[in-house]
Write a protein that binds this ligand. Sequence first.
Ligand SMILES: [Zn+2]
Length: 250
Amino acid sequence: MSTSTADDRPESTDREVADGVYRFGTRRINWYVLEADDGLTVVDAGLPAHWPQLGDWLAENGYEFDDVAALVLTHADADHVGFASDLVDRNVPVYCHPDDLPLLRGQPQGAPGWFYRNLWRPGFFVYAVEMIRDGVTAVEPLADAEPLADGDVLPVPGEPRVIFAPGHTRGSCALYVENRDVLFCGDVLATRNIFTGREGDPQLLGSADEDHDEARASLTRLEGLGSVTLLPGHGNPWRGEIDAALSLAR
Ligand SMILES: [Zn+2]
């Protein structure tokens, strides 16, 4: 099912985007591996066709599937739940905020109204075609997940701290790894406009948000984290002061 081409890979051939953090997926959809002494945490699960990337990388780097200690979902939209069921089949625990359980259980999701309304945009059409090609309609539902709660430091490799930031979805969270200045922000912020395909500054997802006003209000929850490598669900890494990123997004 692997159909990736060179054009689909992130621009950089170097997967390491921060100390012990690796970027996977395509140039349009990201997921990550967080490496620590006690194993690996996968952050988000892309689309089903991305699954071979994980096995290939594990093998190339001397790891096995047993080294994957957890999958943490920033939110449960289909393009982030992708191969989660494959990890569940290998007894990997999956973490997700309870407010996104309806999305997790409701896979594969039907396309929302904004999806159809934006298909005329060339940049979005390419993204839509990629999602269908890479299995967005074949994402398997999960019955349950380990709960994420605001402020939790997760007992998984890398020990990310949960920052609840709803709006894009009801259960959207960012994950902050303080000792590496890394912020996985899911779709709380993107650096790629999913409608135009343009790479750029940190921005809100706009009409793809379930509740855009709430998404905007949630940005205050990220304030004061200082200098970060921002790793979004869509777009290239962004490095700088988080408060500057939030100003750009507002
Ligand atoms: Zn997304």
